[in-house]
Design a protein around this ligand. Structure first.
Ligand code: HEC
Length: 138
């Protein structure tokens, strides 16, 4: 009987972790993806906000730990301002400051969403535009 318990338990634990990740992505899809696309943009002119991979690259450059990055993002999404922004000034000039998502998303949901964002973006193979150009030739 005991033999069955462990696999059963690990399936359950793994299932819960995966479910949490899916739930966070679904929240992002519902509440953020209409502005922040999750893929590399094909047509820059169609964008209404910086793509997720670019957002996370800049957030991580300023807030390298998960805890500080999440704290920044949860606050920013509810109370955005030009002074707090870590993205490039030309992004703000083009898109404007992000509208506060108060009422659209709760702090609890943001904890899940930003954890998922931090873990999954930018993807390992991502190279920002600026990084390509400034890459030292060795
Ligand atoms: C109505 C469009 C819109 C929605 C919806 C939206 N954003 Fe944004 N977001 C923007 C724009 C535009 C910017 C770039 C300007 C800025 O940084 O304020 C931005 C920037 C950001 C940044 C970078 C902040 C910085 O330092 O500049 C983060 C993080 C972010 N968004 C997270 C989210 C999350 C998480 C959600 C979903 C809960 C979300 N956004 C929903 C438009 C949106």
């Amino acid at each position: 009987m005991k033999k069955f318990l462990l696999p059963l338990l690990s399936t359950f634990v793994l299932g819960t972790v995966l479910q949490a990740a899916t739930e966070a992505e679904t929240l992002f899809d519902n509440k953020c993806s209409m502005c922040h696309i999750k893929t590399k943009p094909q047509d820059m002119s169609a964008l209404v906000a910086p793509p997720l991979m670019g957002v996370m690259r800049h957030v991580k450059m300023s807030y390298p730990t998960k805890e500080s990055a999440q704290k920044f993002m949860v606050d920013y999404v509810l109370n955005p301002s030009k002074d707090k922004a870590v993205c490039m000034p030309r992004k703000i000039a083009r898109f404007g400051v992000m509208p506060s998502q108060k009422g659209n998303v709760t702090k609890e949901e943001l904890e899940k969403i930003t954890s998922w964002m931090y873990e999954n973006f930018p993807p390992a193979n991502f190279r920002g535009q600026g990084m390509m150009r400034n890459k030292p030739t060795r």
